[in-house]
Design a binder for this molecule. Structure first.
Ligand SMILES: Nc1ncnc2c1ncn2[C@@H]1O[C@H](COP(=O)(O)OP(=O)(O)OP(=O)(O)O)[C@@H](O)[C@H]1O
Ligand SMILES: [Mg+2]
Length: 252
């Protein structure tokens, strides 16, 4: 399979006023194939979200290379980043954060469509379609973020992420704030969307059971490094690094 995303020796250093230099991501290399679901696990502060922000070019790497569909996107700036932002969309833990509380979900979902020049009628038609694809009726377009449940808001946030027809979603603890039943519903939705749209997923999650259920392959991060890589069964049943062993023991 052809890699959609390939990251080589990626590093990010933050200069912190009081505590000096902190290397949040240290020489990470991996690839993600088209249609694949790659899980990233690791304790709080291990660098998972920093890695997601680097890959999506929300922050600049200190070193290393990011190839997206074969093209080097590491040093792109300004307008040149627009197709990168369109191709890789993020879904966050708190879906309401993806929406302006004063605007309807429909406005939020249609924002990128309007900005790319879609007419009002066409935007409305596509928003209705995106909502339906994510299991929500048309009426949700007129609701505000505080008027829906966490699960419904996450569905709307996924609809928003899909508006620009991305090839990849990066889910950063996207199901962590939801109860177990709703988690399963959102995972089923993501699975169906992946099949229908041939999406690649980077699935950041601290819940090893969910990762086992949902991912094709898993990277274990510790202190900004990848300490282990394998199938969910490898990680859970045959961990090799001491850190992974501790993580698995703590989880089960
Ligand atoms: N903008 C920043 N400036 C300074 N330090 C930062 C910045 N962003 C992240 N860090 C630091 O980088 C390290 C990794 O943070 P990151 O948010 O990537 O962790 P994480 O694995 O996503 O944790 P969690 O599971 O809690 O979300 C932390 O020590 C954090 O304090
Ligand atoms: Mg994080």
């Amino acid at each position: 399979m052809k890699p959609y995303l390939s990251v080589q020796h990626l590093t990010k250093t933050f200069e912190q006023k009081k505590s000096g230099t902190l290397t949040a991501v240290q020489g990470i290399s991996f690839s993600l194939c088209c249609g694949e679901t790659l899980g990233i696990v690791g304790e709080s502060g291990s660098g998972k979200s920093t890695l997601a922000r680097l890959i999506t070019r929300r922050i600049d790497p200190t070193g290393g290379t990011i190839l997206l569909d074969g093209a080097d996107i590491t040093r792109l700036k300004g307008k040149a980043l627009r197709p990168v932002y369109r191709s890789m969309q993020m879904v966050f833990q708190h879906p309401a954060a993806s929406f302006d509380p004063r605007r309807t979900l429909g406005d939020g979902i249609g924002e990128s469509l309007r900005l790319s020049g879609c007419s009002k009628a066409e935007t409305q038609r596509r928003v209705t379609r995106l909502l339906a694809d994510c299991g929500l009726s048309e009426a949700f377009a007129r609701r505000y973020p505080h008027e829906v449940s966490g699960g419904e808001c996450q569905r709307a946030a996924i609809a928003r992420a899909l508006a620009g027809d991305p090839a990849m979603l990066i889910c950063d603890e996207a199901t962590s704030a939801l109860d177990a039943t709703v988690q399963q519903q959102i995972l089923s939705l993501l699975r169906r969307l992946q099949k229908e749209r041939h999406l690649s997923y980077l699935f950041i999650c601290h819940n090893l059971a969910l990762v086992q259920f949902f991912c094709d392959r898993v990277l274990v991060m510790h202190d900004g490094r990848i300490v282990e890589e394998g199938t969910p069964d490898d990680i859970l049943f045959h961990p090799t690094s001491d850190y992974t062993k501790e993580l698995v023991e703590a989880a089960f």
